[in-house]
Structure formats: C-alpha cells, structure tokens
Design a protein around this ligand. Structure first.
Ligand SMILES: CC(=O)N[C@H]1[C@@H](OP(=O)(O)O)O[C@H](CO)[C@@H](O)[C@@H]1O
Ligand SMILES: [Mg+2]
Length: 583
C-alpha cells in the first residue's frame, strides 16, 4: 500500500510518514518479541564468517530470529526473493548455523555481512534502534512486498531455529515459503529459479531434479549416439556415503530419475549421527574411508558433507590403499574436458580455474602445464572463488575439500547456443563451423544445464563427474593417473584468540604475529617440495595448518613443526600439538 500522509506521534514527538510509523511499530514489536521469545542469553560475539553464522545450536536462537528479520529487509532492498538456509554443513551435530542466499542464488553480498554481524550481536534492548538504523541507512521501503525462502538440514536443532527465523521474517510482513529439509544448493537453486521467472529452472524439488537429470540423460544419449554403447573402463556403479545429512533423501530421489543409468549403494543415509566418522570433510581431512561403509577394491565411492554442497571421490586400490580424488581432481577433470570441447568447437573462450592455498601443488601444476589453463588463487571461502570465477567466460572453481562448480558467462552461453543452432554467429571470427562442432556445442549446453551455477552442489557435481568419466570411458584409476598428488597433511591448533594470526594474501603469508612467517620459511626450506601455511578458521575456533612435502612422513613432520610454532607464538591452549594426539 502507498505510504499514508505525515502524522505525528505524541510518544516520540516527531513527524513521521506512514512508512516511518510502520518502521517504528515493526521495530518495537520485533524488540518486544525478541526479549520474550528470542532473547540473547550470552555475551559471546558471533560473526558472519566464511559460510554465514556458525556456533553451538543452543547459542543461536536470537541470531536466527534476527536473520529472519534481516532477510525480509534484504528482500525489499533487492526487490526479489531471498533465501535463508539453516545448516552448519560438516560441523558436528550439536552445532548449527545460517546463511543468507542473495537473489541470483549467490552468497550474501559482503557489505551486508557486516550489517548481519552487527544485528546479530546487539543487546536485546538495542534491537529496535538497530533495525531502524538499517532501514534508514539502506533506504528500505517497508511498503514494498518481501519474500523469503527457507530450507534446513537434518540437525535436531534445525526445525526450532528455522521457526525462529520464519517468525522474524513474518513479523516484517514477508511472505514465507519453507522448503523443509533440502540441500543447501537446492535452496540456492530455488531462489535463483524463482527470481529468474523460471528461466533458470522451476523452483521446486521436482524442477531441480528433473533439470539436472534430463541434462544428464541428454548428454549420455549424445555420447552414445556418437560412439555407441561401449563405455570402456567406465562402470555405472557408485558407493555413496551421505554423512547422515540432507544428501540421503535428496540423492534417493535423484537416483529414482536415473535408475536405468546409474546404480547406487547408499550408506549413512540417516540411521546414524550427522557427520560422525563420515562425510566429505572426514574423508578429506583424515584421508581415510568413512565408517560403516562396505566397499570392494576399485569400487568408485563418494562422500557428501552434511548439507550436500561438497563431494569427494575415493577408492581402495589393489593393495587396499585409500586413494582420494578431491575437489582439485574434480576441477582438473572438468577443466580438461571443457577445454577439449572448446577445442572441438574451435571456440576461443577465456577459461580459468580458481583454487585456494589448500589446492594440492600437483593439481595446480597439472592444470597450468598440461591442460594449459590459467589458475587463480583466492582466499578460502566459496564467495571468493565464485567472484573470481565470474571474471572468466568459463570459470571452474573448486576448493580442495570438494566444494565447487562451473560458471558460464552470458557471452559463452550465447556463442555456444549460436553454434548449436548454426544461425546468428555463423562465420564470426570467434569460431569456425565444421563437422562435430555442433555436437560439442550440444554437449556444452546440456553440461551447463547439469551444473548448479549458483553454488557448489554435490549432486550436480556427481552428475558432471559421472558424465565426463563416461564420455572419456575412464575408470576412477585412469582419472587418478592424470597426476600424482603431493603428500599433504592438515592439522588444527587451538589458541586463545585465533584472530591474532593475520594473513596478508590468498597464499596465506603471515602479517602478524611478526616474524612468524620467517620462522615458517626457514622450516619449509628444510623439506623437499615443502609448502605450508596457517590461517584462522572462519567456521571453527581453531587455527588451521596445511603442509605438503615430497613424502607423507615429511608432510606430517612439517605440519607438526608448523603447528608447534603456532602454539608457541600465537597463544596455544593445552599441550603443544603432536601427530599422535591429532589423530
Ligand atoms: C580448509 C577448509 O576446507 N576450509 C573450509 C571451511 O572454512 P574454514 O574457514 O577453514 O573453517 O569451511 C568453509 C565453509 O564450508 C569452506 O569454504 C572452507 O574451504
Ligand atoms: Mg557444506
């Protein structure tokens, strides 16, 4: 409705328009409800970190309520639907968290992270003033409609926290749609699809599964029509560890769509504790099989994380040795295949891979030197990778932990479509038309429909990996033979204040404490192929240590030495780290 004429209120003795009245009334109501139902019960500050707010679930009531309010405000600023996902991803089951999804499905704009952090931390009786401040600063028109989509993971605390957020949004007059238990990438997709007026897809679970699986099927048919049904060393059987998270129900639904093409053997689909001794993070960090999974030698296995935005592959070789194919491997596989299609199409698009310091040095070398594709290194956190990848016509980004996707620019899509349709850009200097090219263009376009361009998506990534392995007629071993990983080790160190450590660049060189980088450098110099760095985690109260070297024993040794230095120079808590304890 239109703002009403200016009025004055005796209580505040100021002249206000209808919107100002509404602002005050809503802000006061929010504060009153906050005090009674969602009060801030502790003094611990919380920060919108690498992946939103994360903490012990019991500390989050007020945060979720306030984020519900913020989402309703953000929706008005953007004139679009905003997403709120309640999850703490791979964290233990007692944790929880929340992230906000912006209109085109990407992570919340960085400027608003500060606004969110401030709103989450103010005292109960400062809530109305803070809300008013946000409304004024961002010039938010409360007469505009607002719409918020909600999703949550399988944590026992999630329904309650979701309700808190829904109440916040409802109080600010947002229309609310709760998708219940969904994967994080599904919620990103729903938001993007709805805001695109269904151009990106239909914003329902069925719309999501049918978009991805139709593309998967179409791609297979294209490959089979070209080369026949023989797919060499590729086998369509996958052992899948779902970490007792949202991946279980989602994958079971997806598998139904593709039961004639892929066979799954599922483990950890909800019978046990979330992320406990299973899941992508457990497998990646420990470099070992998840528990409660039965596999035979050479079975191709995957693990998702708790909210199904990460995937890692692995298998056991003939000598029962665990072999990991992580996010770096997926990036290499995808980049190599896309480059190949571009070569067939004769299309000179600007393609790049985005990694972080956690990428295995061997993968970076392979992508640069063998695939001849440029590699960019950015700070940890998907938002950084996503933004960097947008600078390319085709940007492939993956964190080593298996979180990533592929982004295609508008220009890339238009050119590839034109080539497939053999119309508008015919004879353009960008490409030459010849036999086989249109088939490659068709493949690229179905590939684009199969990836989730809004964020890393374990289900979509599984489908693209399976597609490429099938198209290349590769086994998991052929894939692994592309390059040999440098042995590496990750450790955690608990310190009094992890933010004492300041990194100055994406490679994580240390700015503070002073002199620590020089100590690291001296140590690293003693190890062949040595590389090591530390950074404060954005999701856990620890400093993370990463080291790689020519042998596993050396990588372990380097990691422990670096961890000891951190403990010593940055206020370590408890005993200095040793490898035995960390295991
Ligand atoms: C080494 C590592 O895997 N770090 C993860 C982890 O962040 P930290 O800031 O390292 O806690 O969680 C993030 C969110 O899932 C993910 O983006 C990131 O890659
Ligand atoms: Mg996750």
């Amino acid at each position: 409705s239109a703002p009403s004429a200016a009025t004055s209120t005796s209580a505040f003795n100021i002249t206000m328009s209808g919107t100002a009245e509404k602002k005050l009334a809503w802000a006061l109501a929010a504060e009153a409800k906050g005090k009674t139902d969602y009060s801030r019960k502790h003094e611990k500050a919380i920060e919108y970190g690498t992946a939103g707010f994360r903490s012990k679930a019991v500390d989050l009531d007020h945060v979720l309520y306030r984020i519900g309010i913020l989402a309703a405000l953000r929706s008005r600023v953007k004139g679009a639907t905003i997403g709120v996902m309640i999850t703490a991803s791979h964290n233990p089951v007692a944790d929880n968290g929340v992230k906000i999804v912006d209109p085109s499905g990407e992570m919340l704009e960085i400027l608003w992270e500060t606004i969110a952090t401030n709103l989450a931390n103010v005292k109960d009786d400062e809530l109305s003033a803070t809300i008013i401040q946000i409304v004024d600063q961002e010039k938010i028109d409360l007469d505009k409609p607002a719409s918020v989509y909600f999703g949550r993971d399988t944590r026992p605390s999630s329904p309650h926290l979701s309700n808190a957020a829904v109440e916040g949004s409802t109080l600010f007059n947002a229309s609310v749609k709760d998708f219940g238990i969904v994967t994080t990438p599904m919620l990103h997709y729903f938001v993007a699809a709805y805001n695109s007026n269904n151009e990106y897809g239909i914003p329902t679970a069925e719309g999501y599964f049918s978009k991805l699986t139709s593309a998967f099927r179409a791609f297979r048919e294209e490959v089979i029509s070209e080369r026949g049904p023989d797919c060499g060393d590729y086998t369509p059987i996958i052992v899948a560890d779902m970490a007792n998270g949202v991946g279980g129900p989602a994958m079971e639904q997806m598998a139904k769509h593709l039961k004639d093409l892929l066979t799954f053997e599922f483990f950890n689909v909800g019978e046990g504790e979330l992320n406990h001794e299973s899941g992508a993070d457990y497998v990646k960090v420990r470099q070992t099989l998840p528990k409660r999974v039965r596999i035979k030698s050479k079975d191709r296995c995957v693990s998702f994380d708790g909210d199904a935005d990460r995937i890692v592959y692995y298998y056991q070789d003939q000598s029962v040795k665990f072999r990991l194919l992580d996010g770096d491997r997926i990036a290499s596989l995808v980049a190599g295949y896309i480059k190949n299609l571009l070569d067939i199409m004769g299309m000179e698009l600007n393609i790049g891979v985005v990694q972080t310091a956690y990428a295995n040095g061997a993968s970076t070398k392979y992508i640069k030197e063998v695939l001849q594709i440029p590699v960019a290194c950015v700070h940890t956190g998907v938002k950084h990778l996503h933004h960097k990848a947008q600078e390319f016509d085709i940007g492939i980004y993956f964190e080593a932990n298996g979180h990533g996707t592929v982004l295609f620019s508008k220009k890339a899509k238009v050119l590839i479509k034109a080539l497939r349709e053999d119309k508008s850009c015919y004879n353009s200097s960008v490409y030459r038309l010849a036999g086989g090219k249109r088939s490659a263009a068709r493949k690229m376009l179905t590939f684009i429909d199969m990836v989730n361009e809004t964020t890393g998506d374990a289900i979509a990534d599984l489908l693209i990996v399976e597609t490429i392995l099938h198209a290349r007629a590769w086994s998991v071993e052929t894939w692994e033979n592309c390059y040999t990983d440098l042995p590496n080790r990750q450790l955690k160190v608990t310190v009094k204040d992890r933010n004492i450590i300041k990194v100055i660049d994406p490679q994580c060189h240390i700015g503070e404490p002073e002199g620590l980088q020089e100590d690291f450098d001296r140590l690293i110099g003693l190890f062949a192929d040595g590389r090591a760095f530390v950074r404060p985690s954005g999701t856990e109260d620890v400093v993370r240590v990463y080291a790689e070297a020519n042998t596993q024993a050396n990588a372990d040794k380097l990691a422990v030495h670096i961890a000891k230095l951190v403990h010593q120079k940055a206020g370590g808590i408890g005993d200095p780290p040793t490898w035995v304890i960390q295991q």
